[in-house]
Design a protein around this ligand. Structure first.
Ligand SMILES: [Zn+2]
Length: 470
């Protein structure tokens, strides 16, 4: 049987049987060099080893375009080593790290360099970086250009407070300004789309009997769907300029973690029909959970925008299945357990963020089965489209010339996510998924041809590389 890569060396040659389709994939120097039908036997005689995983599915590795690994500066929350080990164990071969929750935030060339330095030789999967669009750099074109020239794959901004002091929110003028620079680089702007317009739903609710902070419904009231709708409505006033012939052609807007499947989604559909360069993601937690099921005080489920009711979840699934939502991402956003206030259970004060990185493949599959999710759809939502958003032309599919970024997994294997299950995240206990029963066990993960994870073991060498836009 094949061994974990002892060192990060891609000069080897091996073959892999592709399932469920009967193809053989030939890997050389970390890339896929041929794909031939099994019966054709047009197989290079130089192949050292042909790996057959039997009935397991061999798919392109997942690309998570939205993860917070909090490194450098808040490694007690996660960090590159534990985060990327969890990613590898979950079949993710590339992730793009968000510019906030680390310290400092990634908002300049120098802070991006700190990130890259911190990632080097400490990452088990490939990691790219979004830069931050904040008021401080939005009107400073040369600062933004420096950040993009230093390799940021695109920018991210918030239309509401981010929860992190050194990552302030942007208004629509900042966003427009950022897009004008991004248009030249043909890289995307990712936007956290919530805005507080409605004063009837103030964020600081009175903690009286009617608004028990331990009750999830209290938190839900503080972030109604109208906050997402208001933000998206405003965003679309500039996204129309990205249409062919428009002043911002070349720029692209990507709405992160959509939760509202009603008015917000309708606005997005309309803008896409009109030709805006616009994509949208949602996350497994909005597809797996519903507000009704969240128990009093269980702050593991707090995130923003919030998990809404079961009717909203059904409509979200419908939108994913029908292709109105382009892709999925984890929005893995951990913290240290004490900030989740698990004992106190105060939804208004606890850190907002769901910890999920290692589980996104089995979660999407387990909850998607009843909707008839196919392996092709999983690959589209988790690999092909995220690769496109992140500008990774040689990733996202098993194709000749692409990097051999591959996940091998067994869709029919059921497992309990309990204390005995090997979880590589820094703080498994804060994850809302602990205690679930899931389908789909990852058995092996290859990054650029290196076998980085196999059956509860990681390669000792950290074979991931920082990915920089060029
Ligand atoms: Zn996030």
């Amino acid at each position: 049987m094949e061994a974990l890569s002892p060192a990060c060396d891609t000069r080897f040659i091996f073959g892999l049987l592709l399932r469920p389709k009967p193809f053989r994939v030939e890997v050389k120097n970390g890339k896929i060099v041929s794909i031939v039908k099994e019966e054709e036997r047009l197989w290079s005689s130089k192949l050292g080893q042909v790996i057959d995983y039997g009935d397991a599915v061999v798919m392109p590795g997942l690309i998570d375009v939205h993860a917070h690994l909090d490194d450098p500066g808040r490694t007690e929350w996660e960090g590159f080593p534990s985060g990327t080990k969890a990613a590898a164990a979950g079949g993710i071969t590339t992730l793009v790290d968000m510019p906030l929750n680390s310290f400092p935030s990634t908002v300049s060339r120098d802070t991006l360099k700190l990130k890259i330095k911190s990632a080097e030789n400490r990452i088990h999967v490939d990691v790219g970086f979004w830069g931050g669009l904040v008021p401080e750099n939005a009107f400073n074109h040369s600062a933004l250009e420096d950040l993009l020239n230093a390799g940021a794959l695109g920018l991210k901004s918030f239309m509401c407070p981010s929860g992190i002091d050194d990552f302030p929110m942007t208004n629509i003028s900042h966003i427009k300004e950022g897009l004008s620079i991004l248009a030249k680089f043909r890289r995307p702007l990712l936007v956290h789309s919530e805005i507080q317009k409605d004063l009837e739903s103030p964020l600081g609710l009175e903690e009286d009997g009617a608004n028990d902070p331990r009750s999830y419904s209290t938190y839900l009231k503080t972030r109604p769907p109208s906050m997402e709708e208001a933000a998206i409505r405003e965003l679309l006033t500039v996204s129309k300029d990205t249409r062919i012939g428009g002043p911002l052609v070349g720029a692209h807007l990507h709405i992160v973690h959509l939760s509202d499947s009603s008015s917000s989604l309708n606005l997005i559909k309309e803008a896409k029909r009109g030709g805006d360069s616009l994509t949208v993601e949602t996350c497994p937690h909005y597809l797996a959970f519903s507000a009704e099921e969240i128990k009093d005080g269980d702050t593991r489920f707090k995130c923003a925008p919030p998990i809404r009711d079961a009717v909203n979840r059904e409509k979200l699934w419908e939108a994913v299945m029908e292709g109105h939502i382009d892709m999925l991402s984890s929005d893995h956003s951990p913290t240290e357990p004490k900030l989740k206030l698990l004992e106190e259970g105060n939804f208004l004060k606890a850190w907002g963020g769901i910890s999920s990185l290692q589980f996104v493949l089995p979660v999407t599959w387990s909850y998607g089965r009843k909707y008839g999710v196919t392996l092709e759809q999983l690959a589209l939502w988790w690999s092909e489209r995220p690769a496109k958003l992140a500008g990774q032309e040689l990733k996202g599919s098993i194709a000749v010339g692409n990097y051999a970024d591959i996940v091998v997994w067994e869709p029919e294997v059921e497992f309990n996510l309990n204390d005995e299950y090997p979880v590589y995240l820094k703080h498994p206990g804060i994850s809302a998924y602990m205690g679930s029963k899931l389908y789909g066990r990852v058995s092996a993960t290859f990054v650029r041809g290196n076998l980085v994870y196999k059956e509860k073991n990681h390669a000792t060498a950290a074979c991931g590389v920082p990915i920089l836009a060029i």
